[in-house]
Write a protein that binds this ligand. Structure first.
Ligand code: DAH
Length: 346
C-alpha cells in the first residue's frame, strides 16, 4: 500500500536525521519539518480525504503512531544532547581544588588613624564634639585672630608655606578655635579638632614638614585651669596608662595666658629615668593654656563672662610615644614592614 510505505519511509528518514542532530536547534528544525503543518505527514493526512473509510482509519492511526514515534525520538535525542552538554561542562569546567588560591593582602588601619580614633573616643566620652577646618587657611585665622599680628616675633616659631600673602598651609590646628568661636557666636564651645598641619621644617627623625595635631577648646562660664588639668590627666591615663602622672611647666603661646607645656611621666621607666625619657623621668607631650582674652574678644566673646582652655597635641608624637617609634618619617614612607607591625591591634 502506497501510503503505508510512504509513512515507513518518512519515519525511517526522520529517525535517522534525529539521531544525527547535533544540537537543540537541529532538533527544533526537525520537529517542524516532520510534524508541522507543511510536513510530509500532513500531506498524507490531507490525501486521505480520497480514501475509503476503512483505509482512512488504518492510515490515520498509522500516521498518528508515526508522528508519536518521531516526537518521542526527538525528545529522547534532546535529553541525550542535554546530558552530553552537562557531562562536557563537568569534564571541562571542573575546578581544580588542588591549585593554590590567590592571596589577597588585607590592609591595616594606619597607626595615626588609630590614634585619632582613640583620642576622639576619649574626648567624645567627655562630651566633646569633633570639629575641623581647611588645610589652606587664611592668615587672619591662622595667626592674627590668635593674637599673632603681622610682624609678631612668634611667627618665627612657625615658618609656613604661603600660597598668597593672605593664604597659607595652616601651621597649626589652632585656627579651628577661631572658626568654631565665630560659628558659635557667643555660645559655649567644647570641641576636639584633629587635622594636618604644615611647617617649613627640614625633615629628620623628629621633624616633618607635614604632620598632625589635635586641637582642644573649651569655652564656658567659670572655666579654670584646674578643669584643664583634670581633663588632660584623664586623657593621659586613658590613652597611655592609668599609673601615669602629668606635670605643668610654664611656657608661652600667643593665644593662651597663662600657657603651659605638659609632660607625662615616662611610660617606659615610670619616672626613674631611661633612654626614652632622656633620663629625666618625663616626656613632653603637649602645649596648653587658658584662652587669651584677646582671642575671645576678637571672636565676639566677652572675656569678663567667658573663660576657656585650649590644648594642642602632636598626633605623631603621641603615637611615637605609645609604640616606641623613633623616627617620624616612618608614618609617611608607606613601608609595609613598618605598617604591618600594627596589624591586629585593638
Ligand atoms: N598650636 C600650638 C603649636 O602648634 C599648640 C598649642 C599650644 C595649641 C597651646 C593650643 C594651646 O591650643 O593652647 O605649637
Amino acid at each position: 500500500m502506497k501510503e503505508e510505505e510512504q509513512l515507513q519511509l518518512i519515519e525511517k528518514d526522520a529517525l535517522s536525521k534525529v539521531n544525527e542532530a547535533k544540537n537543540q536547534n537541529d532538533l527544533n528544525d526537525l520537529r517542524s519539518f516532520y510534524t508541522g503543518k507543511k510536513s510530509p505527514l500532513s500531506d498524507i493526512l490531507k490525501m486521505m480525504a480520497n480514501l475509503a473509510i476503512e483505509q482512512k482509519k488504518i492510515i490515520g492511526k498509522k500516521a498518528n503512531e508515526v508522528k508519536t514515534r518521531i516526537e518521542e525520538s526527538i525528545n529522547a535525542r534532546r535529553k541525550e544532547l542535554e546530558e552530553a552538554a552537562i557531562n562536557y561542562r563537568l569534564q571541562n569546567e571542573r575546578i581544580d581544588v588542588s591549585l593554590p588560591g590567590k592571596t589577597f593582602k588585607v590592609g591595616t588601619m594606619h597607626p595615626l588613624t588609630r590614634t585619632i580614633e582613640e583620642v576622639e573616643e576619649i574626648f567624645m566620652g567627655m562630651g566633646y564634639s569633633i570639629a575641623d577646618g581647611p588645610e589652606v587657611e587664611i592668615d587672619k585665622f591662622n595667626f592674627e585672630m590668635l593674637n599673632v599680628p603681622k610682624g609678631h616675633p612668634a611667627r618665627d616659631m612657625q615658618d609656613s608655606f604661603y600660597i598668597t600673602e593672605n593664604y597659607l598651609m595652616r601651621t597649626q590646628t589652632s585656627p579651628v578655635q577661631v572658626r568654631t568661636l565665630l560659628k558659635k557666636k557667643g555660645e559655649p564651645v567644647k570641641i576636639l579638632a584633629p587635622g594636618k598641619v604644615y611647617r617649613r621644617d627640614d625633615d629628620d627623625a623628629t621633624h616633618s614638614h607635614q604632620f598632625m595635631q589635635f586641637e582642644g577648646l573649651v569655652v564656658d562660664k567659670n572655666i579654670t585651669m584646674s578643669d584643664l588639668k583634670g581633663t588632660l590627666e584623664l586623657f593621659v591615663k586613658k590613652m597611655f596608662g592609668s599609673s601615669l602622672k602629668i606635670r605643668f611647666k610654664p611656657s608661652y603661646f600667643p593665644f593662651t595666658e597663662p600657657s603651659v607645656e605638659v609632660d607625662v611621666s615616662c611610660f617606659k621607666c615610670g619616672g626613674s629615668g631611661c633612654p626614652i625619657c632622656k633620663h629625666s623621668g618625663w616626656i613632653e607631650l603637649l602645649g596648653a593654656g587658658m584662652v587669651h582674652p584677646n582671642v575671645l574678644r576678637e571672636a565676639g566673646y566677652d572675656p569678663e563672662v567667658y573663660q576657656g582652655f585650649a590644648f594642642g597635641i602632636g598626633i605623631e608624637r603621641a603615637t611615637m610615644m605609645r609604640h616606641g617609634i623613633d623616627d617620624i618619617r616612618n608614618f609617611y614612607l608607606n613601608d609595609q614592614r613598618f605598617l604591618n607591625q600594627f596589624k591586629g591591634e585593638n
